[in-house]
Design a protein around this ligand. Structure first.
Ligand code: FDA
Length: 304
């Protein structure tokens, strides 16, 4: 059922007129700004500073994915390098989250590999870390191979894993020994039954099993990326016996009251802060997770 809802919403939001309605109207941009810090690095840095002041660290994500020219891939790499410099120069408590298809994965894997090395090297010099987002199932294998190859340089990378994928338990065998932040999320893309679990209940059970494995691994820093109260409680139960560091991660603009409560209770929380003008695909995934978000748009359209 969950997969069907995601599939339907992602199909509808790919229609040209729906895309134009969101991206070409002031109302659409206003809705996007609920989930996106702004279009510029300055705006993202301002939001990051505010979140730091309220006790939360950040992961800055320069929006974009599936570029198709070397120039676009290099521009994304340069935007991320600028973001790393900004985190360091402003003394922000944060890192960056990147998508490998934004750096060329899929059309020039070598270009992507060298961009990832540049980011990892620069981040290491600045004492920062880089987390790799996980995208559609077609890219999982290549993403993990690049993670493995590059993580060996400085050990300053992390990677997201998706509980809905059948392959994830086996992938963990390879990536746990490499250390780093391992961000456990449910998975946000439209994947078929051959690759991924289809029901919300099955995905939640898989999430809990992976969570239990991560919370006993001494090599990694588990990042529990969810807004789901039951998963969060499960993490809190397991954390009682955990000795090493771990953290919660949530998305900018989602369940902000819960974010505040966790920080007030003394837990470590990192907020994923997206910015940039290529926000539409990101917005469609946030709507697919919660189709009720469309009402937010409709109300804004009606001026309420
Ligand atoms: P679930 O969808 O069950 O939501 C639990 C509750 O949270 C909902 O009942 C609602 O109250 C609230 N909520 C959740 N989503 C909402 C939304 N969009 N709008 C409003 N309320 C919402 N995925 C991926 O495939 N690759 C990746 O790299 C990442 N990276 C990532 C980083 C971080 C920090 C987070 C938190 C999430 C991701 N994701 C991701 C997304 C993830 O896979 C998943 O799609 C979303 O987090 C939604 O799932 P929940 O675990 O929050 O549970």
């Amino acid at each position: 059922m969950k997969a069907l809802v995601v599939r339907t919403v992602l199909a509808i939001t790919s229609w040209g007129w729906v895309r134009r309605l969101f991206t070409k109207t002031r109302v659409g941009r206003r809705v996007a700004l609920r989930f996106v810090a702004g279009e510029s690095l300055d705006e993202a840095a301002t939001v990051a500073r505010r979140l730091n002041e309220s006790g939360m660290s950040v992961s800055l994500d320069y929006l974009g994915e599936h570029v198709s020219t070397p120039e676009a891939a290099e521009a994304a790499r340069d935007a991320y390098l600028a973001c790393l410099e900004r985190i360091a120069s402003d003394g922000l408590e944060g890192n960056i989250s990147i998508k490998l298809t934004q750096l060329g994965l899929g059309f020039d894997d070598d270009l992507c590999a060298s961009a990832l090395i540049s980011l990892s090297d620069r981040a290491a010099l600045l004492g920062l870390t880089v987390t790799i987002d996980m995208e559609e199932g077609d890219f999982t294998g290549a993403t993990l191979r690049l993670y493995e190859a590059t993580q060996r340089r400085h050990g300053n990378l992390g990677v997201a894993i998706q509980a809905y994928l059948h392959r994830t338990p086996a992938d963990l065998d390879h990536i746990i020994p490499l250390g780093g932040h391992i961000r456990l999320c449910k998975g946000a893309y439209d994947e078929g039954a051959a690759l991924a679990l289809q029901s919300g209940v099955d995905i939640d059970s898989a999430y809990d099993r992976l969570l239990a494995r991560l919370m006993v691994s001494s090599e990694t820093i588990p990042a529990i990326a969810t807004h789901d109260a039951d998963r969060i409680q499960h993490a809190l139960d397991l954390a009682v016996r955990r000795e090493g560091p771990w953290e919660f991660q949530m998305l900018y603009g989602i369940r902000t009251k819960l974010q505040r409560e966790l920080v007030d209770a003394g837990h470590t929380l990192r907020v994923y802060v997206p910015y940039g003008d290529s926000w539409y695909p990101y917005l469609t995934r946030r709507i697919a997770e919660r189709p009720a978000n469309v009402w937010f748009f409709v109300r804004a359209l009606l001026g309420r």
